[in-house]
Design a protein around this ligand. Structure first.
Ligand SMILES: Nc1ncnc2c1ncn2[C@@H]1O[C@H](COP(=O)(O)OP(=O)(O)OP(=O)(O)O)[C@@H](O)[C@H]1O
Ligand SMILES: [Mg+2]
Length: 250
């Protein structure tokens, strides 16, 4: 049975997509069967995985629900035999708006994933920078919520707001969430210390692995490659390898 990991925060540009792509490709490289679900209309994970041609996307799944099984939307990822993807496209933004009046709209993905979860060891969900219906679907479907937080002002506000939604959707006692420090620039030591102090209330939830600011991670996005193929010895690749090991212990 798959473990489902939602990578969420409504703060933009925190490394959600880079983390989703790195985890998904890393799990698959380890021989574990992985499904990457791109819930972001920006489709950055779909683009990043190198997928170009696909007929159906999550937009079709939500629009035709329950007429179109999720299985029909799943594509094989190029270059990685253990990795599949449910692609996204910009039109998903408008489809999501249309879901707003629908009862139990936040459960659509979770219920459909049940049909495919025995095919995978991991399901990794990339989400948009919002707390809307798409992120709500990701949270509802998840076993573990991963919150990427860069070491900068206002990172803590985003965590508090997101956790409020998490507890509404998953119950006040839900504690299977972890904070991942991302884009850490060790030269900004005063800022980093201040951020760590602000994160004190969640100190037990902060993962040991820290993702440094690492230019090859950015370049890999431009090249539409995962970091393990683009720059396997970079600090970014090493950090994401460590993260994969740590996530497997949770
Ligand atoms: N550790 C890192 N080092 C250097 N660049 C990074 C790192 N993490 C992410 N980036 C770059 O920062 C930008 C934002 O990262 P990413 O797209 O992963 O964030 P996001 O949270 O998914 O953004 P959005 O909220 O728009 O979906 C991208 O251009 C990415 O290549
Ligand atoms: Mg993204």
């Amino acid at each position: 049975m798959a473990k489902t990991l939602a990578i969420c925060t409504h703060k933009g540009g925190t490394g959600k997509t880079v983390t989703a792509l790195s985890l998904a490709t890393g799990f698959a490289d380890d021989g574990q069967r992985c499904l990457l679900v791109d819930l972001d209309p920006q489709a950055h994970s779909t683009i990043g995985i190198g997928l170009d041609a696909y007929k159906l996307s999550l937009k079709d799944f939500f629009e035709r629900h329950p007429g179109l099984p999720l299985r029909d939307v799943i594509q094989s990822a190029p270059e990685n035999p253990h990795l599949d993807i449910v692609p996204s496209d910009l039109r998903l933004a408008w489809t999501a708006e249309g879901l707003s009046g629908r009862p139990k709209k936040e459960e659509l993905l979770r219920r459909s994933l049940r049909d495919v979860e025995s095919d995978y060891d991991w399901i990794v969900i990339d989400t948009p920078p919002s707390l809307g219906v798409l992120t709500q679907n990701a949270l509802t479907a998840s076993d573990l919520v991963l919150i990427p937080a860069p070491a900068e002002a206002r990172a803590t506000n985003a965590i508090a707001d997101l956790l409020e939604l998490v507890h509404v959707l998953k119950g006040p006692g839900f504690d299977a969430y972890r904070i991942l420090l991302t884009r850490l620039d060790s030269r900004r030591s005063v800022t980093n210390q201040a951020v760590m102090k602000a994160l004190e209330p969640w100190k037990d939830k902060i993962l040991d692995t820290v993702i440094p600011e690492s230019e090859p991670l950015n370049q890999a996005q431009m090249a539409r490659k995962d970091i393990f193929r683009f720059a396997p010895d970079s600090t970014g690749a090493l950090a994401y390898r460590k993260l994969i090991k740590e996530i497997k212990t949770l």
